[in-house]
Write a protein that binds this ligand. Structure first.
Ligand code: ADP
Ligand code: MG
Length: 574
C-alpha cells in the first residue's frame, strides 16, 4: 500500500473525472488502515466506485473467542457491518450493504482467521461538471473511511455495553447454526423455540411485529423438545419431526406465519428478531405454484400424466407452465437439487395438485384427469426418498390420512391434534389412492450454453430486488423463489452461476446435483462445512469475490438451482 492518497487527491482537484481511474490500488491511511480503490467510476452517473477498507488484525483487536471459528467470523462481520452502516448513514455517497434480519456471509464485511477486518462498500466519487472534486473525495476516501474504521471496525470503538452486544450477536448466530446442524440427529426437520415471536411487521417489513397483541410461541407438550446450546444453555421448543407434518386450523390463526418462520429458518437471525431460535433443516425448500414459469426437461410424470396436447410428461418442457405443472416441476427440481424438506402453504399452492376428493374422483374419471395429487405421493416421498414435508392445509381433511403429525394453530398457539386426527381418518371417505409411490427424479446434465461472455469475458449480472436476475442476455424471474433474503443474496446466485460456468462444472456431462456438490465444496456451504471448517477451509465470500467484487451474500445450492431452472433457453441432457 502506498502512502499519500490525500496529496494525490489534492493534486487531481479539477482534473477530468476519468482520472479517478489512476487511483485504483491500495493506499495507506493513518493508523495502518488501508483503503483499496478496487474499481473507479467511469462517470459521475455510473454505479459507485468499489472500495475496500482493510483494518489489520492488530489494529482491529477483537478477541479470539469472537472470531476463532468460521461461524463466529461470519457473525462478527455481520455485527461490524451493521455498525459501519450506522456510521456511514450521514453520508449519501457511501453504500454499505448491512443486510436485514438475516446474518449471511456477505462480501460487505469479512473477518480473516487472524482477525483482520475488511469492509467493502460503494462510494459515489464526487465530480461536479465531470471534474474531480479532490477535496470532497479526500473527505470521503480518507477522513470518512478512517472514521468508519475507527468507530466501527476496531475493538476500541466499543464500550462495555457495545462489547456485550457484540458477544450476544456472535452467540446468537452460533447457537442457531448449532441448533440447525443438530436437527438430523434429533430426528427433526425444524425447531421453534418457546417464546419465539413469529409475526412480522408487514409483508414489506421483515422486522418483528410490535405491540401487546403478539402471542409468543409455546410448544405443545407432545412436541416439546429440550436441546442444549453452547451459549444459551437449555432451550425448549417445538420440534417438527421428520415425515409428513400437517398444520391445520382456522383462517387467520397463524398457520402461514408459522410456515414462513420455518422457511426463513434456513438462515440465522439477528438478536431481537424473534426468530433467533427458529431453525429449519438446511436443505429445506419452500414450494409454490408459479404459473408462467419455464420448465426444461423435467420428469413430472408422477404428478402429471397424459396431457391433452400429448406432451411427454416424463420429459416435460414448457415456456409457460400452469399452476399445477409449475408446482410439480418445482417439487421434482427441489428433490433433484437435494432438498430434504419441502414446505407448502395452501395459500400459494395449486389446489388441483394438492387434493382430489372422493366426490371429484366419482365425477371426473381418472382417465380424464392428468394430475395425481400430492396427497397420494407425500408418504412415499418420505418413506422411499427421505424427503419430509410440512404442509399448511386448513381446507381439506384428506391429508389426515397421510400425516404423521397434525398441529393445529388456534389463536396463534399450536396444539398437537394427531390423535384426534387419527380417529377422524379412521372413518372411510370413499376416496381411492391414485398412486403407489413416488418414482424418484431424473437427474439432468445442464449445458453451459447460457453463459455469454460479454466484455472482458464477463457475464453481466444485475438484480431487481429478490425477484429478477439478469444474467448476460437472460432475464430470470424468481418471484416464485421465496427463500432469498435480499437483493445482494440474488447477486450471489448470479455470481455462483458464473462460477459454475467458469469452472466448467456445467459441462453437459455432470448432473446438476454433482455440479452443486462441487459448488458447495468451493463455497463452504456443504453439509457440516461451515461449523467444522478449519481456518483454511472453503470461504464462500472469497470464492465469489474471485468472480467479481460486488455486494453479495453467499447463496445455498437450492437458490442457485432454482435460478438455473427458471432460465429460458436452458439446455440440458439427461
Ligand atoms: P392463517 O395462515 O392461519 O390464515 P396467518 O399466519 O396469515 O394466518 O396470520 C394471520 C394474521 O395473524 C397475520 O396478520 C399475522 O401477522 C398475525 N399473527 C400470526 N401469528 C401471530 C402471533 N403469534 N401473534 C400475533 N399475531 C399473529
Ligand atoms: Mg394462511
Amino acid at each position: 500500500a502506498r502512502p499519500g492518497l490525500e496529496r494525490e487527491l489534492e493534486r487531481l482537484h479539477g482534473a477530468p473525472y476519468g482520472r479517478y481511474r489512476g487511483l485504483v490500488g491500495s493506499w495507506e491511511l493513518a493508523g495502518g488502515v488501508v483503503v483499496r480503490l478496487v474499481r473507479a467510476q467511469a462517470d459521475p452517473f455510473a454505479p459507485p466506485a468499489r472500495v475496500a477498507v482493510h483494518v489489520p488484525a492488530q489494529r482491529a483487536g477483537f478477541a479470539p473467542e469472537v472470531r476463532d471459528t468460521p461461524v463466529r467470523r461470519r457473525a462478527l462481520a455481520g455485527f461490524l457491518v451493521r455498525r459501519a452502516a450506522r456510521e456511514a448513514a450521514g453520508e449519501r455517497a457511501y453504500r454499505v450493504d448491512a443486510g436485514g434480519q438475516e446474518v449471511l456471509a456477505r462480501s460487505s464485511c469479512t473477518v480473516a482467521p487472524d482477525g483482520a477486518v475488511t469492509l467493502r462498500l460503494g462510494v459515489a466519487l464526487p465530480g461536479p461538471r465531470r471534474r474531480i472534486d479532490g477535496r470532497a473525495a479526500r473527505r470521503l476516501l480518507c477522513e470518512g473511511l478512517e472514521h468508519i474504521a475507527r468507530r466501527a471496525l476496531c475493538r476500541t470503538a466499543y464500550d462495555d455495553e457495545g462489547l456485550r452486544e457484540l458477544r450476544e450477536f456472535v452467540a446468537t448466530v452460533e447457537d442457531a447454526t448449532v441448533l440447525r446442524e443438530r436437527l438430523p440427529e434429533l430426528g427433526l426437520v425444524g425447531f421453534v423455540a418457546d417464546g419465539a415471536l413469529l409475526p412480522r411487521r408487514s409483508g414489506a417489513d421483515d422486522r418483528p411485529a410490535a405491540g401487546d397483541g403478539v402471542v409468543p410461541f409455546r410448544a405443545p407438550e407432545e412436541l416439546r423438545v429440550t436441546v442444549e446450546l453452547p451459549n444459551a444453555g437449555t432451550v425448549t421448543g417445538m420440534g417438527v419431526p421428520e415425515g409428513v407434518t400437517l398444520i391445520v386450523g382456522g383462517g387467520f390463526h397463524g398457520k402461514s406465519t408459522l410456515l414462513r418462520a420455518l422457511e426463513a429458518g434456513v438462515w440465522d437471525h439477528v438478536p431481537g428478531d424473534g426468530r433467533e431460535r427458529v431453525v429449519a433443516h438446511r436443505d429445506t425448500v419452500k414450494l409454490r405454484a408459479e404459473d408462467g414459469r419455464p420448465v426444461t426437461r423435467v420428469d413430472v410424470h408422477a404428478f402429471v400424466g397424459h396431457l391433452p396436447n400429448g406432451a411427454d410428461t416424463a420429459d416435460f418442457s414448457t415456456a409457460n407452465a400452469s399452476g399445477s405443472t409449475s408446482q410439480a416441476a418445482s417439487l421434482c427440481e427441489a428433490v433433484e437439487s437435494g432438498a430434504r424438506v419441502l414446505l407448502i402453504d395452501e395459500d400459494t399452492a395449486a389446489t388441483n395438485l394438492m387434493i382430489r376428493d372422493a366426490r371429484m374422483q366419482a365425477l371426473v374419471a381418472k382417465e380424464r384427469e392428468p394430475l395425481t395429487p400430492l396427497v397420494d405421493l407425500v408418504r412415499s416421498l418420505h418413506r422411499d426418498h427421505g424427503v419430509s414435508t410440512v404442509l399448511v392445509m386448513g381446507g381439506s381433511g384428506d391429508y389426515l390420512d397421510v400425516a404423521d403429525r397434525v398441529v393445529m394453530m388456534d389463536g396463534y398457539r399450536p396444539y398437537d391434534v394427531t390423535e384426534r386426527a387419527r380417529g377422524i381418518a379412521a372413518r372411510p371417505t370413499g376416496r381411492r389412492a391414485e398412486a403407489e409411490s413416488f418414482p424418484g427424479v431424473m437427474h439432468r446434465r445442464p449445458d453451459p450454453a447460457f453463459a455469454d461472455p460479454g466484455a472482458r469475458g464477463r457475464t453481466r449480472i444485475r438484480v431487481r430486488g429478490t425477484d429478477h436476475l439478469v444474467l448476460g442476455e437472460h432475464e430470470i424471474d424468481l418471484r416464485g423463489v421465496e427463500q432469498l433474503a435480499d437483493a445482494p443474496h440474488l447477486t450471489g446466485v448470479g455470481l455462483a452461476l458464473e462460477l459454475l460456468v467458469r469452472r466448467g462444472h456445467l459441462d453437459g456431462r455432470r448432473t446438476l446435483a454433482e455440479a452443486l456438490d462441487l459448488l458447495d465444496a468451493e463455497l463452504g456451504t456443504g453439509v457440516g462445512a461451515e461449523p467444522g471448517a478449519g481456518p483454511n477451509g472453503p470461504d464462500g465470500v472469497a470464492a465469489l469475490l474471485s468472480v467479481r467484487d460486488e455486494d453479495f451474500a453467499v447463496p445455498r445450492r437450492h437458490e442457485v438451482a432454482a435460478a438455473l431452472n427458471r432460465l429460458r433457453g436452458l439446455r440440458v441432457r439427461r
